[in-house]
Design a protein around this ligand. Structure first.
Ligand SMILES: Cc1cc2nc3c(=O)[nH]c(=O)nc-3n(C[C@H](O)[C@H](O)[C@H](O)COP(=O)(O)OP(=O)(O)OC[C@H]3O[C@@H](n4cnc5c(N)ncnc54)[C@H](O)[C@@H]3O)c2cc1C
Length: 409
């Protein structure tokens, strides 16, 4: 048989693959493990890219998932700058970009997500950036050091976090253009989103809601102006676009794996894909969540790590089900932090004071708590986790009443 053989092939050099590799060894797997990642760096945490790393407070080494030397010590082969180009799910054969062929016993698809790119006139001008990798953050920081005016397209996590970092770290003048009326409105509602927008406005960030990009204009090949559908003409030295991500299913689709409604790799509750022996984890994984009673796919740091652990245990034949309530966090410099469990929709019920920046929004749908966001009240998230998992939350008035002891509904 041509090519080499490995027991566990982990495709994608991100957090999910790194977490799966660690859990395989922690659970006693002594077979060969090969991690193949497209990027030049060993797996690293992406959250600092829009936060501490962008501000120059976190180093590359600090952001690594596992420290230098860990991979060798664990006898795990890590091949960076290498892509899996083709996956033959029947023959269990992967073809790598360096033409190597790898026969595998089991494979994990942890190919993550790609940024959603905007199509507009001027989109290829210099000075327009997206943010997903170390190199993007380096480029944004280098240009922001010379820039006065920055326009952010998109009023969600990337737009808001980058605006906060560029104001706090580099003193840039930041303007956000977004389709929503209020930042984070789509995820958390206008009232809660308004809190975060207010935090940024208090530090000088300008928002233009209910508008969107029409085109970029430039001179000498570099972006100089953002023109919006609503008729604004915003002069700028730098643009950062945060318009969401799409799961990277190119390899999975070509390999014939079933995809789910949200475009991820469809998986069982134990993260097994439609093809036996092939699993998925992280941003690319759409799995049947027993806690939610439906398939979900989320792009959260903690979820990628937890998926990696579940997939590893499933690979080793353990009877596991992924029953972790997804958790998300976001920081706007050191001005405000949010923590969220969900995902879920519903009417927000506010406990505490939004004005004072000390509150939890419980999202209630048909009497059930489906999600919660907190600023400064982590205990409330523990209650929400319990209710998302098993129901039994207090009614809306009791949730909002600070006199109610949430630990005994
Ligand atoms: C700027 C930024 C800030 C964030 N902040 C937060 C936050 O505050 N809180 C939070 O919860 N989440 C945050 N996230 C999201 C979080 O980082 C992701 O959910 C997480 O990185 C997903 O991990 P993953 O391993 O699934 O995918 P990824 O981290 O995307 O890794 C996938 C890797 O696979 C590689 N790859 C793809 N195809 C192939 C192939 N065919 N062959 C080889 N390699 C391949 C990709 O190049 C990539 O390196 C942030 C993300 C970004 C970009």
């Amino acid at each position: 048989m041509a090519g080499r053989e490995v027991d566990h092939l982990l495709i994608g050099g991100g957090l999910a693959a790194a977490s799966c590799a660690a859990e395989l060894r922690a659970q006693g797997a002594d077979g060969s493990i090969l991690v193949v990642g497209r990027e030049p760096d060993a797996p690293y945490d992406r959250p600092p890219l829009s936060k501490g790393y962008l501000r120059g407070e976190v180093s590359r080494a600090d952001a690594l998932v596992h420290p230098e030397g860990w991979w060798e010590a664990q006898s795990i082969e890590l091949r960076t700058r290498t892509s899996v180009m083709k996956l033959d799910a029947v023959e269990r054969l992967a073809t790598l970009s360096d033409k190597d062929e790898v026969h595998f016993g089991q494979a994990l698809l942890a190919t993550g997500a790609n940024v959603r790119r905007l199509r507009a006139d001027g989109a290829d001008l210099d000075g327009i950036h997206y943010l997903r990798a170390f190199g993007n953050a380096d480029a944004i920081r280098a240009e922001a050091e010379q820039a006065e005016r920055v326009v952010l397209i998109g009023g969600s996590y990337i737009g808001c976090e980058v605006a906060a970092s560029l104001v706090a770290g580099l003193g840039c003048e930041c303007t956000v253009v977004m389709q929503e009326q209020v930042t984070f409105e789509r995820q958390y509602g206008a009232e809660v989103g308004g809190f975060f927008q207010g935090v940024l406005e208090d530090r000088g960030v300008t928002f233009h809601g209910g508008d969107e990009l029409e085109r970029f204009e430039g001179s000498d090949g570099r972006v100089r102006r953002v023109v919006t559908v609503g008729g604004l003409e915003l002069g700028c030295d730098l643009v950062v676009v945060g318009a969401g991500v799409v799961p990277d299913v190119m390899l999975a689709r070509r390999a014939g794996l079933q995809l789910g409604d949200s475009g991820g790799v469809a998986c069982s509750s134990s993260l097994q894909s439609s093809v036996p022996g092939i699993f998925a984890a992280g941003d690319v994984c759409e799995y049947d969540s027993p806690l939610h009673g439906r398939a979900i796919r989320v792009e959260h740091f903690d979820v990628a790590a937890a998926h990696g652990r579940t997939a590893a245990r499933t690979m080793l034949g353990q009877d596991v089900v992924h029953e972790v309530v997804p958790y998300f966090f976001s920081d706007l410099a050191d001005w405000a932090s949010m923590e969220y469990v969900g995902p879920g929709a519903g009417e927000p019920v506010i406990r505490g004071s939004i004005d004072d920046g000390d509150f939890t929004a419980f999202y209630v749908d048909g009497g059930r708590v489906t999600a919660a966001l907190t600023v400064g009240r982590p205990d409330d998230l523990d209650h929400a986790r319990r209710w998302i998992g098993g129901g039994g939350a207090p009614d809306r008035d009791a949730l909002a009443d600070e006199g109610t002891d949430l630990s005994c509904p």
